[in-house]
Design a protein around this ligand. Structure first.
Ligand SMILES: Cc1cc2nc3c(=O)[nH]c(=O)nc-3n(C[C@H](O)[C@H](O)[C@H](O)COP(=O)(O)OP(=O)(O)OC[C@H]3O[C@@H](n4cnc5c(N)ncnc54)[C@H](O)[C@@H]3O)c2cc1C
Ligand code: SF4
Ligand code: SF4
Length: 546
């Protein structure tokens, strides 16, 4: 990536929809903006969603043009896989310390061709699919990632050197180091977004221990056309689920677990997912267990009614606990409010916990703006200046300030950009900005490898140095990798005998169904197996012709 300048007008932390919008709005007003994203791609939560309520637009289709705009804007410098370690107020503006993590390749030379990914022998759960899908140790973050540049996960690398051997541009650089830079900015916009409440927050619901009790973000990926399964299946055995339950407020409005507030979007995303399930699976029954429904936004009440009209069941009830039977079918114990408090045990194929939203980043002293008791950034003048933090010159946008949906995050981003622009004009922070010729001093720079006849020898040497530096593979990873190779061999041998469904394969290779499911989906992604048929509610997989 190009060097950083020593000064920008505005710094935006977080490249989700709010951060991208704030950066674009500030840049459109003529300011030079540095947009920092900690992940290898921008897009935040939105780029991984399936469709959005209430319009049911494809989420990545409306998010990626915004990502491309931010990437190509002449006044936005995008820095991915980087984090702000410290922001210090100065007489004018702020001093900012930035750390860029190594991708172990020269990003400018990576064409995103994925050859390295296909050559790499290691598979690990993919963060983008919330663990349901797989990626390799070197990988392009996802199909819609911006930038389309690979990243090498050194924790899961066998140091085999295959990626460097196949890379057509020779851009793998095993010797890269983290790079640090200090620069100055006139104003800061924090748009660090959200995480969801932990699956285990309500342990009585079995999140994290029952295989067919999943998170709403996992359901977004399962429903996505480029998701891990390609269609709606449940994780334990690949069954097409015909009965699905949603448990509302499974991590919000509950002081006993530390999340007393309403997360505002869970009712709507659950209604959206439930409605879509009725479109995707013929004859499915979807039940939402709720105490209140909060359909607060424009067109949301109508969307809620549409979902009921199209068959989504709304059951007013308090869910006490979730257990499972011998076939991993979740059983929801619920007190049915409209039936005088009758307690029922309802069996489903799959249950989604409507988890709440929590802050995406706890700055822990990295920046001077204060957070409130709930962890979101404090907004002292909420009613009149809803994006101003506790520090002059630092503004907050999107879920960083509190739970909200996409339209509200976008509106808030525009407001934060306007506040930042006014602040820059008022304080003269912009006047000093941008000395094109100056670049920030970066410690531990990436060492460009000399290409040419000695390339292969250099690569071997580089990977040896990397291996020595990392102390080789950890014992834990070595065991994981050996198991992966063994399981893969057994699965291929079993499929060579003939096509099978997940349960048949699980029996043949003596593994739990959800593990087989994960391996099969990895093999499907990397072109080794294909779905060859369907019998009842189960798909059949076969080896792909080579
Ligand atoms: C399951 C689910 C479904 C949803 N469906 C919808 C829907 O259909 N319609 C709708 O309107 N809303 C929906 N939402 C809400 C929507 O996801 C949020 O409103 C939106 O993503 C908020 O955008 P954001 O930019 O504030 O945060 P995010 O999308 O979380 O983006 C924040 C970005 O900041 C980055 N970041 C965090 N900390 C740092 C740091 N220290 N340094 C650098 N970068 C950092 C993160 O990596 C991330 O890329 C849904 C939410 C969930 C959980
Ligand atoms: S060196 Fe590491 S990243 Fe590259 S192919 Fe081998 S295991 Fe994969
Ligand atoms: S093979 Fe090289 S150019 Fe292609 S994606 Fe991998 S690192 Fe980038």
């Amino acid at each position: 990536m190009a060097e950083l300048k020593t000064r920008y007008d505005g710094l935006v932390i977080g490249g989700g929809i709010a951060g991208m919008q704030a950066a674009l709005d500030l840049a459109e007003q003529g300011f030079e903006v540095l947009l920092i994203e900690k992940e290898p791609s921008i897009g935040g939560i939105m780029v991984g969603l399936n469709k959005v309520f209430p319009t049911l637009d494809c989420s990545s289709c409306i998010c990626t043009p915004r990502m491309a705009e931010a990437w190509h804007h002449p006044r936005i410098k995008l820095e991915t896989y980087a984090e702000v370690s410290k922001i210090t107020p100065q007489e004018s503006g702020f001093a900012v310390d930035v750390v860029r993590r190594p991708r172990y390749l020269v990003a400018e030379n990576c064409t995103g061709c994925s050859r390295c990914e296909f050559a790499c022998p290691v598979e690990v759960p993919h963060e983008f699919d919330w663990g349901l899908g797989a990626r390799r140790a070197i990988y392009i973050p996802h199909a819609n990632a911006i930038p389309q540049v690979a990243v090498l996960d050194v924790e899961h690398c066998t140091f085999c050197g295959k990626c460097a051997t196949v890379c057509p541009t020779g851009c793998i650089d095993y010797l890269q180091e983290p790079r640090e830079a200090r620069l100055e900015v006139g104003a800061v916009i924090v748009a660090s977004g959200l995480k969801i409440t932990p699956m285990e927050a309500k342990s009585q619901y079995g999140g994290g221990s029952l295989v067919n009790v999943i998170s709403p973000l996992q359901m977004e990926r399962i429903q996505s056309s480029n998701g891990p399964y390609g269609q709606v299946l449940r994780p334990s055995d690949g069954k097409i689920p015909k009965s699905i339950g949603y448990v509302q407020c499974a991590g919000s409005r509950d002081a006993s677990i530390g999340y007393p507030y309403c997360s505002r979007v869970c009712c709507m995303y659950a209604i959206k997912q439930a409605l879509l399930l009725t479109h995707y699976i013929h004859g499915v029954e979807v039940t939402l267990y709720y105490m209140d429904i909060r359909a607060f936004g424009k067109g949301y009440e109508q969307f809620y009614r549409r979902a009921m009209d199209e068959g989504v069941r709304m059951t007013k009830g308090k869910v006490a606990k979730i257990t499972e039977d011998d076939h991993h079918n979740p059983i929801v114990r619920v007190e049915l409010i409209d039936e005088g408090g009758r307690v029922a045990d309802v069996k489903h194929d799959l249950v989604v916990l409507s988890q709440g939203l929590i802050p995406g980043w706890s700055p822990n002293g990295a920046l001077p703006a204060k957070t409130s008791g709930d962890g979101f950034f404090e907004i002292p003048e909420l009613k009149v200046r809803p994006t101003k933090s506790t520090v002059d010159g630092i503004f907050i946008a999107g879920v960083a300030a509190g739970p909200k949906d996409i339209p509200d995050a976008i509106v808030e981003a525009g407001s934060a950009a306007m506040e930042a622009a006014n602040y820059l004009m008022r304080t003269g922070g912009a006047a000093k900005a941008v000395k094109q010729s100056q670049t920030a001093s970066l410690g531990g720079q990436s060492r460009a490898r000399e290409m040419g006849g000695e390339e292969a020898a250099q690569e071997k040497k580089a990977i040896r140095i990397l291996r020595e530096k990392r102390g080789g593979m950890t014992e834990e990873f070595k065991a994981y990798y050996q198991r992966q190779v063994k399981v893969r061999r057994e699965l291929v041998a079993s499929l060579r005998v003939g096509p099978k469904n997940v349960s048949e394969l699980a029996q043949a290779v003596s593994l739990p169904g959800h593990e087989v499911m994960w391996h099969l989906n990895a093999m499907k992604k990397y072109g080794e197996v294909a779905v060859v048929g369907q019998a009842g509610d189960y798909l059949t997989y076969g080896l792909k012709e080579t």
